[in-house]
Write a protein that binds this ligand. Structure first.
Ligand code: ACO
Length: 367
């Protein structure tokens, strides 16, 4: 049975930064309150010309570059997002087209902030089963478009960004070792975005009522998160035959510094084993774990052979954890430039659109 290794990684974070002081000009809050209660100092907010799919594409290209893998060698693309480009088509299909992954199946996965753990596990299991060899998993968010900037309970928390992993099959032991996924829909009301779906289709009233914004019972989510983070980490470790003593890094969902601290206490692990960057990004939902992981790699903290645990929670309610041995790029046969495929992909996409248009014209004439 092949093993599923993480062989490439990349992030894309918009440059514009919104500080706590900036937010204090919009709602009744202040830097000290936000830092004390959440640990957040600033977050990145997408420019108008950026969106969930454009950030996803940037992160994907970087991940393919690290893995030295051509987009045409991808078998599967999973995008997980709490702020997808549309209800449909799937953001993953837009990415597939824009990077030129002509042989890949593509779909979106919704498990809110736990999405990246779910998606990496789905890709890993597809590789382990032998049905695919190469997968791309992306967590991408522009939650700033779904936040009510007049609601101080939520607007202080979220930020935009994307992170991507390439997973590849190999006979070498390692890579994804275990994963647990959980849900409890009885807590669905704690964190919602109700407008625009089948229950509340978009109308003037739904817009007036603010149903298209994130709504959250912060205390309920906080209680739930502190209950599940440590327990899920332990579960994933046990499944992998590891203990907390074996772990080099815990890379948790970056929602609130106090939640991460509580998990560390529960696990009796020192905080310096936890990768934390919530202070500079806020909560980027599905992107928070890959952004933290890639930063740890770039700082030289996370290295090949290290044992790691990803752990997260989110709306649904959902939560999960995944244990892995960090691998790094596989030995390359030839040097690949994924960026070049993007240019061909744009051309091919334009040509296909033109052909579809001509087909439409011809079929109308025939009628
Ligand atoms: N600035 C100043 N005061 C504020 C602010 C603010 N931004 N927000 C709330 N307050 C006030 C409240 O109105 C309240 O005042 P009151 O006592 O007069 O009523 C007081 O501060 C305390 O509010 P609490 O809600 O009790 O504050 P708490 O310590 O619980 O912190 C927070 C709130 C930060 C939202 C916390 O509950 C939290 O982090 N919860 C988890 C949220 C989370 O992680 N969500 C993402 C999940 S992942 C996903 O799927 C997207």
């Amino acid at each position: 049975m092949p093993f599923a290794h993480i062989t490439g990684w990349g992030i894309s974070v918009p440059e514009p930064i919104l500080t706590n002081d900036d937010i204090a000009k919009m709602v009744d809050t202040n830097d000290e309150w936000i830092r004390d209660r959440t640990g957040i100092r600033e977050r990145h907010i997408a420019r108008e010309d950026q969106s969930t799919s454009t950030l996803a594409v940037e992160a994907a290209i970087k991940a393919l570059q690290v893995a030295n893998l051509a987009p045409t060698d991808l078998d599967l693309i999973i995008v997980t997002s709490s702020s997808p480009e549309y209800i449909f088509p799937a953001t993953a299909c837009l990415v597939q087209d824009q990077i030129g992954a002509t042989k890949a199946g593509a779909f979106d996965l919704l498990a809110a902030c736990s999405g990246f753990i779910y998606a990496v596990n789905m890709a890993a299991q597809s590789i382990r089963s032998g049905s695919i060899k190469n997968a791309l998993v992306i967590g991408s968010e522009t939650l700033s478009r779904f936040v009510n900037w007049k609601d101080r309970n939520t607007c202080i928390l979220f930020g935009d960004g994307a992170g991507a992993f390439v997973l590849q099959a190999s006979d070498q032991p390692g890579g994804v070792l275990s994963a647990v996924m959980h849900s409890d829909g009885s807590g669905a009301d704690s964190l919602t975005l109700l407008g625009g779906g089948a229950r509340h289709p978009a109308t003037e009233l739904t817009v007036h009522e603010g149903k298209h914004f994130v709504q959250m019972d912060g205390k309920a989510v906080f209680r739930f998160a502190t209950r599940v983070m440590g327990a899920a980490t332990k579960e994933a470790l046990e499944l992998a035959g590891l203990t907390t003593a074996d772990v080099d890094w815990v890379i948790p969902h970056q929602a609130n510094f106090r939640i991460i601290e509580t998990a560390a206490k529960y696990l009796k692990m020192p905080m310096d084993k936890f990768v934390v960057n919530v202070d500079r990004y806020g909560n980027t939902s599905t992107a928070s774990i890959p952004i933290a992981a890639v930063e740890a790699v770039e700082k030289g903290q996370l290295k090949a052979g290290h044992k790691i645990v990803f752990v997260g929670f989110g709306a649904g309610l959902t939560w999960g954890a995944l244990a892995a041995e960090w691998t790094g790029p596989m030995p390359a046969k030839k040097h690949v430039h994924p960026e070049q495929y993007r240019l061909f992909a744009r051309l091919r996409s334009l040509l296909r659109r033109a052909l579809r248009y001509i087909e439409g014209l011809l079929s109308r004439r025939e009628l």
